[in-house]
Design a binder for this molecule. Structure first.
Ligand SMILES: [Zn+2]
Ligand SMILES: [Zn+2]
Length: 285
């Protein structure tokens, strides 16, 4: 019913325009869809200086006219890098977004950088290092991202497992419990939320970013801000596995999920979402 992690052709890797998502959202009866185009500030990134803000505004306005019943939110996904924090802060300060997702895609390893969101991570680093050497710097950067307070939510919390699972096997959060809890604590203190990013379910991990264990820890530590996103880069993935995400949120101890308008959090209860779904699908189909 809600999807707050969607990329259109305003991102370098997006495969559909915002109007296409709006039409699909209307067909599916979605309550709310949030675009969060990539804003990248490192020349190594595919979306480096790709985002055209005027074009993004124009396409949002056109899509709102196409699907007036769907609340369309305009967000941004920044690639958090500690070495670029000042630049990121300055750039964000002059903009008005519904929400900001801060994600770690690039990791500064001791023998070079690796793009953990791409298969090249295996060749660049994972293939020659232990799981600890590969994952620890990722979670350290994520800790800095949480502390920075630059995002309203942290994107795909344990993305490092995307290509890591092929190298090291299934990701067990318990192996990094101290490091992960430190990030979660910092997020709660900074008022930064998490998302359940369902793309991991259709990718190698077969589990969202993050899975149930991390979500439970986040809840136990006082976490309340939790969004749901598909990380769709094409229309077919819009709201993918949203039902599973809501069930997971409930299993982790949440009774509501979060959306944002002008960076102010708002909660929608899981009961309300389920009632709406039952209304739209009276046959249970
Ligand atoms: Zn991302
Ligand atoms: Zn994304």
């Amino acid at each position: 019913m809600i999807d707050l992690h969607v990329h259109s052709t305003c991102s370098a890797d997006g495969g559909a325009n915002i109007a296409d998502y709006a039409r699909r959202a209307q067909e599916l009866g979605l309550v709310e869809v949030g675009l969060c185009e990539h804003a990248d500030f490192d020349p190594r990134d595919r979306s480096y200086r790709y985002l055209d803000l005027a074009c993004y505004d124009r396409e949002m306005a056109a899509a709102r006219a196409i699907a007036p019943e769907v609340r369309l939110r305009q967000g941004v996904e920044i690639t958090y890098q500690a070495n670029l924090e000042a630049e990121l802060r300055t750039w964000l300060a002059g903009k008005r977004w519904d929400y900001v997702i801060a994600s770690v895609h690039l990791v500064d390893y001791d023998d070079g950088w690796a793009m953990v969101s791409e298969p090249s991570a295996v060749e660049a680093y994972f293939g020659r290092h232990s799981q600890r050497q590969a994952y620890l710097p990722y979670f350290e950067e994520l800790l800095r991202a949480a502390r920075s307070g630059l995002g309203d939510v942290l994107g795909h919390f344990d993305l490092v497992k995307r290509y890591g699972v092929a190298q090291y096997g299934r990701f067990e959060p318990a192996s990094f419990a101290d490091e992960i809890r430190a990030v979660l604590r910092a997020a709660v203190e900074a008022g930064v939320g998490l998302e359940i990013n369902t793309s991991g379910l259709r990718q190698a991990p077969g589990d969202p970013y993050p899975g149930l264990t991390v979500l439970r820890w986040y809840r136990e530590l006082g976490g309340e801000i939790l969004t749901v996103g598909s990380d769709a880069h094409r229309v077919e993935h819009l709201a993918a596995a949203a039902d599973q995400a809501l069930a997971l949120a409930r299993a982790a101890g949440f009774s509501a999920i979060t959306t944002f308008e002008a960076q102010a959090a708002r909660w929608i209860t899981l009961d309300d979402l389920e009632a709406r779904k039952a209304f739209l699908q009276p046959d249970g189909g």
